[in-house]
Design a protein around this ligand. Sequence first.
Ligand code: 5GP
Ligand code: MN
Length: 327
Amino acid sequence: MINLQNELAGANSVAIAGHVRPDGDCVGSCMGLALYLRKYFPELQRTEVYLESIPESFHFLKDSDTIRDSSEASGAYDVVFVLDCGDRERLGDSAVLLDNAKKVVCIDHHISNKGFGEVQYIEPQASSTSELIYLILDEEKIDTPIAEALYMGIAHDTGVFQYSNCTRRTMEIAGLLMEKGIDFSGIVDRTFFQKTYIQNQILGRALLESMMLLDGKCIISAIRKKDMEFYGAGPKDLEGIVSQMRYTTGVEVAMFLYETSIQEYKVSLRSNNIVDVSKIASYFGGGGHVRAAGCTMQGNIHDVINNLTRHIEKQLEEAEEKQTLKG
Ligand code: 5GP
Ligand code: MN
């Protein structure tokens, strides 16, 4: 646990940054903290948030229009908060902020986070970074806009309170946030479930073209760059596809890939009960959580899929062996 008062003693300027392709938890935690600091630490002359462009549906968050694009990140800040980001590379263009920062405070819940910065608050058991931000704030000082940001973050990273990372503490925090006058069902509806027509079309296409591997234990699908261009879809429009694939009966691992450039794929992995996908993603230079992880891989699509499948198969075999020994 960290104490904000102590960490900000004597500071005049703060920057807050999160990972590339910011998701609900990343944006929620960054904005929750920014709104709190701007309101309750008037001695801070500047509190800037640097992120890549955020989904339209997050624009309802108070002051989301003050978020600066990470490509503009520069300058020397007294304190740089790095939120929901497992390593320096995942900061993208915002990583330059670390070079001139007087102090870096890293707050995260990724199991793959090896720790960086002078101050670290990393709790892999936490549902979300937004949950950790809640814990460092004064409960009575959390107003409606701050609660909206944190509730959105917690709801997104728990798949709306469904994943195994969702604990009693998570639910209690969410319950307290619900009492702050937020439109909790509207937030979930509009930012999590609602999809644009294009997003639904591309989801349908990915499901239609999916394949089952490893005796039905693994489902995979890939989208090519030219198909994304056809639909006018960007990476933000692909969120949720891999989660839907995971809901296939009998499947342990879902794997979704999209082409980022020639012979380069962004990989999303999800598992249900057995496979530690964070281990696999980390092996290929990425990271994440036990049940949700990702990485970027080079090579032709067949090699990429084969390489990933081999690791999944190995873990499944190991799990089966353990089971046999027990039995
Ligand atoms: P997604 O599949 O939704 O992009 O990501 C799932 C989880 O894995 C998220 O927690 C995300 O932060 C993490 N993740 C995805 N891609 C990468 C990556 O390239 N590097 C690291 N370190 N983590 C990633
Ligand atoms: Mn997160």
